[in-house]
Ligand binder design. Sequence first.
Ligand code: ADP
Length: 550
Amino acid sequence: MADIKGTTVIARSLKRQGIDVVFGVVGFPVMDLAEELQREGLRFYGFRNEQAASYAAGAAGYLTGRPGTCVTVSGPGMIHGIAGLSNAWANCWPMMLLGGANDTYQNERGGFQEAPQIEAARPFVKLATRPDSVARVPEYLEKATRTALYGRPGAVYVDLPNDIISGTADEATIAWSPRSPDAPKSLADPAAIDRALAALRSAQRPLVVVGKGAAYARAEVEVRRFVEATRLPFLASPMGKGVLPDDHALSVAPARSLALAEADVVFLVGARLNWILHFGLPPRFAKDVRIVQLDVAAEEIGTNVPTEAALVGDAGAILGQMNAALAAEPWQFARDSEWWTKLGASIAQNQRQVEAMMNDDGVPMGYYRVMREIREAMPRDAFLCSEGANTMDIGRGVLPNFAPRLRLDAGSFGTMGVGLAFAIAAATLNPGRKVVCLEGDSAFGFSGMEVETACRYKLPITFIVVNNNGITGGLDELTNPPLPHVYTPNARYEKVIEAFGGKGWFVTTPEALKSALKAALASDVPTLVNVMIDPKAGRKPQKFEWLTKK
Ligand code: ADP
């Protein structure tokens, strides 16, 4: 049989593993590989920095349920790609980084961009490996895919030396591996299902917390069935938002602090008791809170707070078990309970407070006024990618999500620089859908050059930069030397996108913002609305600091 190129074997193997879209930056030794991916019918999106390309791959893994894939050059390029590996690791997203590497015969000679790439990837991945021949590439890529998907989803790294990429093999020697099936969906121990339902039934102040594990599991139908059958109050984590719509009658999102602080039984559905949920500890949670925990990762059970009922397995499958048990023996939490009355009062009070800030027409605008215009302009099924401290946090509270997996943000790792990459990933995977990328001005700067990527691929993303002149708020003028958190005042970020054929607006008033958003969302080219706000604008007063101490 004829020889087959290493690049062809890599491309066909990825395709067999259900990977159709690859993000990356080309150069030595992956230039030919990217071209071969295109020839073999995969879509390759070339970024301006591997950091953003690798973030896009992580988001693609979350959105598609197959490993999001990123290709980098050797050495520095691969090192930049570790940014995405770590973000996928922290968020439990399936992702594959393919790092180009120097020819193996040059190892330890000081080869061009030679680096300990496998070792560098290792802390963040479930598998770090290097094929030993072109013929075995399919086997390695199948194992990498399977490892990223099975158990707790996560990142994997495959090192691709130049002699593999540019090598050849007799086609007869290639053992094409089959597509790794999606992860098996395991059920929980039936005794644990009984314990979980008994715990919820015994609660005076129950609460369901829906995390992005439920979103990743595509468990929305079962989650809805469960919550509506039991009529339990629920909260979503930042990316769990949308598994059930934010305007659902059983959502207690506006009473989040109260609900967490006073619940006596909390049912975690694919959400960890990490910093985002204040470790499940006082003062943010009750001292003796009882935890029912559903997670695909057995080792997550009991983290920070002992678990009363451990439901280990797939969120959709396990909620299916719970729904079957409830169908056999129906039970509902009383809507006229003291708990619902208390939650209802807190929801109403918080909504009044927030609406007042959203209706403040003063100029310069504050965050809430900006969010009101965005809330009114955004289509219900738009993706919302968001980052920046206040911009993301305030937007999370007041910009509703109505369907699962439409919200992507700085996530478990609190990573800044992900927004543009996530928006590009969402747009490439969902042609025709509106993608809004809501950024603080400092967050925008981390990956700002990727607006060129959006323009080049004609992705009509609406970028919104909420500009307060710096990190957590700058100044009207620069001092000498500039203070560390202050960036160029009134910076014209919209001009960056205009350089590449996009459209930009610089706005300072609610009326100008309204008309810019309308035009931007209707545009068929990428757009950027640069909104100046009061550099001193902040959040509504909070009872607790955002970061739990001790
Ligand atoms: P959030 O930030 O939304 O609270 P986390 O990232 O902290 O979410 O937690 C998500 C959890 O979901 C992880 O512990 C992960 O192991 C778990 N998970 C991932 N996939 C599934 C699944 N299919 N079923 C159940 N749990 C899952």
